[in-house]
Design a binder for this molecule. Sequence first.
Ligand code: COA
Length: 326
Amino acid sequence: MYNVEIIGTGSYVPEHRVSNDDLAKFVDTSDQWIRERTGIIERRISLEENTTELAVKAAQRALEDAHIAPEEIDLLIVATVTPDYFFPSTACLIQQRIGAVKAVSFDISAACTGFIFGLSIAGQFLKTGMYRTALVLGAEVFSKIIDWEDRNTCVLFADGAGAAVLRRGAEGIISELIRSDGSGAGHLECPAVPLQNKFSACSTEKRPSYTLMNGREVFKFAVRIIPEYIEKVLTNTGYTLEDIKYIIPHQANTRIVAAAAKKLGVDQAKFYVNIQYYGNTSGASIPLALDEMSRQGLLQKGDLFIIVGFGAGLTYGAQLIRWTKG
Ligand code: COA
C-alpha cells in the first residue's frame, strides 16, 4: 500500500455578504440571537454562480497551489448535495471546465461529511496504486435549498467551495474513520422530486426541495460524535491529543465546538473556527477552513491535525493528517 498526502488546497466563496441584520429583515430573528446561539456573524450567498462555478474556481486554485496540470488528475470527486443537475454529475462538469481530461469523475452525497467521505474514497484508490493523483472537492450553493422564511435553517447555511489535491507520496493521511447511521435520516433532510409516472396511481407528496432540520437532535448528535471520533481516529496511532496542532471541525455551530473541547479537556483554541464569516457551507466547510489555514501559514511541514465532521444521513467521520507541504 502507498501513502497519500495533500499537496495543494484551494477555495472560493461568492462575493455577496449577508449579515444577521439582513436576515432579521425577513425572519423573526436578531443579530444577537444568531451570534450567541451559533457564532455566525455573516455568510456568503451566491447571486449568480451555481455550484459548478464555485467549484471550478476552488479547483483551479488548488491545482495552482499543488503546481500540477489538470491533465495529471486521475480521479475527480465532488461532494455536494446541491448539484446544478441530477445529471450529469457536478464532477463531470468540472472535469470539462478545468480540462482534467484523464480523470474519472463522479459526485458523492454525504452532506456536511461529504469532503471527509471524498478524501477517504480518493485515498483508497491512491493507496492501492490504481491512481496517482486525485482532486477532491466539497462545493455547495446551499442557499438554493433553504426556505428563506424558516428561521431554524436560513440563519445557518451558506454557499462556498473547497478543494484538495491528493497524491501518492509521503504519509499524509495517517488514519481515518467514516460512518453512517440511517436511523437518523429524518433529522436533516431535503426532499427531491415526488414519485409520479403514467403507470402508478400513487403520487408521493409534492414537497418543496427545502432543508428541514430537527436542530436539537442534530446538536445532541454532533456534541456526542465530534469528541468521540477525535479520540477514535487517534486510537492505535501512537499519537495523543497533545501531538495535534489543530482540529478542524465541520463549521456548524461554535457551541458544538465549545462542548466538544470541554468534553475532551482541550483548549478551544485548538479548534480552527471560521464559521463567523461563512456560516455552515456543508461539504465545503472543512476544505474551506483547511485552505484558509494553509494560506495564512498556520500549518507547518510535519504538523498533525484532525478533520472531523457530521451531517445529514446521518453521516460522520474523521481523519488524522500530517501536513507534508513545505
Ligand atoms: N432566531 C431567533 N430565535 C430562534 C431562532 C432564530 N433563528 N431559531 C430558533 N429560535 C427560537 C426557538 O423558537 C426557541 O424559542 P422558544 O424557546 O420560545 O420555543 C428558542 O429560540 C430556542 O430554540 P432551540 O431550537 O432550543 O435553539 P438552540 O439553542 O437549540 O439553537 C440551533 C438552534 C439550530 C442553532 C441548534 O439547535 C443547532 O445548531 N443545532 C445543530 C444544527 C446543525 O448543526 N445543523 C447542520 C448539521 S450539518
